[in-house]
Design a binder for this molecule. Sequence first.
Ligand code: C5P
Length: 249
Amino acid sequence: MLFGKRKNVDKEAIAEKIIVALDVDTEEEAYELVRRLSPPLTYFKVGMRLFVSSGPRIISGLKNMGVRVFLDLKFHDIPNTVASTAAVVTRLGVDMFNIHLSGGREMIEATVKATVAEAEKAQREVPLLIGVTVLSSFNDQMLRNEVGVERRLEHHVEQLAAMGQECGLSGVVASPREAAMLRKKFGEEFAIVTAGVRPLWASLGDQLRVSTPRQALEAGASYLVIGRPILDHSSPREAAEKIIAEAGK
Ligand code: C5P
């Protein structure tokens, strides 16, 4: 009996760490997915595809369904543009959003400042502000040959994350392959959001630096962003339950 209870607690704890990428074209499809998956899943990501099609209304729609929302628009522009956009995003009431760390120190600091100030003004909780390190669709060769970054990918991720932490970010988005290094270097409070999470039975798609859900959690990931392994499954609900069960084994 006790064992059974323990297992449920573990499952709940795992479900809370999974963020489903609502990578669909319409609001209706997104709401239908949330209805199918929640509970047990309670955290959903709105990326550029859904946001461009549905606009900010999708955020209030999801919040009204009682779920947490990660707005994944990966802002990267001059400091003033990103900081003032961050204030608007904070007013929307998202739980998490992100910027590209390669936007540099001034952009990050201005964005942190604007986010905290706007949350205070609107008397809202400060959303988790997360920095994108290197997308999980990149590998070492691409980073060097196509973007011109000479240092090793893992070192580049570490240096970007260090700058983000110094500037006051709550955490980073990284591949699960870098999660253990990041956890060790930046401590327990730093949020590590991993994309490129693939159960063994799912196909890689365009993701190159992948790990299974269990490996990502063991490496210290705070959150696992999962899209196609759930969305492309004939039963998204079944896929989600399988992922939760496998991650806890
Ligand atoms: O379908 P898949 O599981 O690959 O979806 C991953 C999601 O996470 C996508 O919405 C993608 O835009 C996003 N993402 C990513 N890598 C990052 C940040 C976000 O794949 N570094």
